[in-house]
Design a protein around this ligand. Sequence first.
Ligand SMILES: Nc1ncnc2c1ncn2[C@@H]1O[C@H](COP(=O)(O)OP(=O)(O)OP(=O)(O)O)[C@@H](O)[C@H]1O
Ligand SMILES: [Mg+2]
Length: 401
Amino acid sequence: MTLLWDADPAATDRYDFAVGQVTRVDTQAAMVRALEEAPDEQLVLIGPDVDMEGACQFSEFCRVERPNLGVLLLRRRLDVNVLGQALRSGVREVITADDLTGLADAARRSRELTSRVAGHAGDTAGSTRSARVVTIFSAKGGVGKTTFATNLSTYLASTGSKVLLIDLDLAFGDVGISLQMLPQNSIIDLVGMAGHIDEQAIKSVVTKHDSGLDTISAPAEPSDADRIPGSIVGELIRVAKRHYDYVLLDTPPAFTSHVLAGFDDSDLLVLIATLDIPAVKNLRLTLDTLDLLGNPKDTRLIVLNRSDAKVGLRAEDVVAALKQDIAVMVPNSAAVPASVNRGVPIILDEPKHPVSVALRELAEKFVRAPEPGTQADGGQKSSEAGSGRTSRWSLSRGGNR
Ligand SMILES: Nc1ncnc2c1ncn2[C@@H]1O[C@H](COP(=O)(O)OP(=O)(O)OP(=O)(O)O)[C@@H](O)[C@H]1O
Ligand SMILES: [Mg+2]
């Protein structure tokens, strides 16, 4: 979003075409108040009819109070005096009011500069948050991705962490319905803000859950999925990382461009297996595809869902087929669909249930842990895993990569 200081109500439409969504205020005092409410705002436009003295005074104020904020000044005519005065006061660029292309370019340059400065400040001062990004994926449908995503994220949120769950199952996402929420907005509302997504933009599309979790829903219309470019996902994650402790991604059972963008920014991939041959075959192909994509092996974690289902295939067979250990086994229970139907994640509703114990183990040992690659160390803390059903599963013949 961009703040615009201009007394003309028609100015909003004129400039938001060039710089993305614009919020207009008509006085300097209102602008200062708006900035106080938007600590991460990156860009301010000053309209062509704001007097030069007020504009320069405001720009000087921003230079001291908000050095990361870019101030762009619009003028009806440019001359050397105006340029000199503006630049001395800290305005980043002066653009003629009818040059919308020039304005769009200046806005882009200013944002790039802001993110470089912010990135540098973050690197040197360590002052910004940097969420751990966790994607829950399986190339097969119905294996428990949404169940895991909603349980893990509400659990982490309930322990006081700042968590964002993004539903990347853009055509058939069911995070909203699983948590009995009625989202007013969705990720589709970010499309018009591409290139300008900031904290305010994220807040404008978030639906809050009682656990404290923030969610970004999939569009209500499946056909809208095609209107969402993969690049939006990367931009959204990169901005969200600065404002959350955890960003979790629920996914569709396919390598869509959105999923691939999610993989690129993920610190951990939770890959779900079940005890059926197609699921294991798809997981094997998924691991091969991730290898081809250059995804680091130590960011992957295999979790076996419905691990005790009596269906002829055993956990040992899965380990042998995948040549990879299983980090956590989550038992099968009718209590899981029952909790979905109640709209309350089982991990919150029935914390002692074996499914909840297993999911909590996944959350505490692997999602929360800074080093997901430690799954192979065999020496992890063994606090609440308790039963052998839910502890880490490793076979000597199942070499871990
Ligand atoms: N451990 C479990 N025990 C019993 N039922 C389970 C378990 N995990 C998930 N389920 C049930 O399996 C069904 C599919 O789960 P879920 O919707 O989480 O899968 P998904 O991978 O997200 O599916 P899709 O690919 O269609 O999005 C749901 O009815 C869910 O309640
Ligand atoms: Mg799902």
